[in-house]
Design a protein around this ligand. Structure first.
Ligand code: ZN
Length: 244
């Protein structure tokens, strides 16, 4: 098997036996990839701290016949986000991004737009972008790039625009409806009032406090409905913000 090379970001890593680690990457050329890093637990000589979450690396790996686990040959550090994670809230938000990427990245098939999205959002956070905006942007585009974001600017039933009174996301139908088509809010629906199409397009208007709240609720509803699980990192972030 030939050695392969790609740029990648570490999404997570966990111990395998006494001396190895299993590492999940979002790669530029083959989407999500999992591989074994031999000796990464026992010695730091080969991989150093390059396999920390969200490190951007140049990855060399071998595919292994009959296994979906690659063998990691090298991971040379291109950029570390270790310092950014010294702040607990920022670290918690970054953990959310990594968990979402792990759930949505296409496995062992090209997903370059998603790789570039994660890289760009991390760079923006490093350069000081507000954490809420960064998280909402990442969530909306995660759904959009993977074809699961319902159209947000018009009603799915009557095609009327939603800019005036807003609408709701009806979880049973998986669609956004206007207030006329859904006069009563169905159970579990997410109100999208006060969200302008600009907010939803990932270009949030400046200085509208709370404008991103409905988007956060929509993202979490979609995450749950699509994956049927709660994202642990979001719970961690919530309890951190509550102060315990
Ligand atoms: Zn309608």
């Amino acid at each position: 098997m030939p050695i392969r090379e790609t740029e990648a970001m570490v999404l997570r890593s966990h111990p395998l036996g006494e001396s190895d680690r299993i590492v999940t990457f979002l790669t530029r050329s083959v989407g999500k990839l999992r591989g074994v890093a031999k000796g990464a637990r026992r010695s730091r000589r080969r991989f150093g701290s390059n396999l920390e979450p969200l490190s951007r690396v140049r990855l060399e790996y071998f595919e292994r016949e009959g296994s979906d686990l690659a063998r990691i040959e090298a991971a040379d550090l291109l950029e570390s986000f270790y310092r950014l994670q010294e702040d607990p809230e920022r670290a918690a938000v970054l953990a959310c991004l990594a968990e979402v990427a792990d759930a949505f990245a296409r496995e062992q098939q090209e997903d370059e737009a998603y790789f570039r999205l994660l890289r760009a959002v991390l760079a923006a956070i490093r350069d000081g972008l507000d954490l809420e905006r960064a998280a909402r942007y990442f969530e909306v585009w995660t759904h959009r790039l993977h074809g699961v974001l319902p159209p947000l600017s018009s009603c799915a039933r009557c095609q009327g625009g939603l800019s005036g009174r807003g609408g709701i996301y009806d979880r049973r139908e998986g669609d956004v409806l206007c207030r006329r088509c859904a006069p009563q809010r169905p159970p579990g629906s997410v109100p999208l009032t006060k969200v302008s199409p600009g907010d939803l397009a990932g270009r949030p208007a400046e200085g509208r406090p709370g404008a991103l709240g409905p988007l956060a609720a929509l993202a979490e509803a979609l995450f749950f409905d699509l994956t049927e699980r709660r994202f642990k990192s979001y719970d961690v972030l919530r309890s951190l913000r509550r102060g315990h």
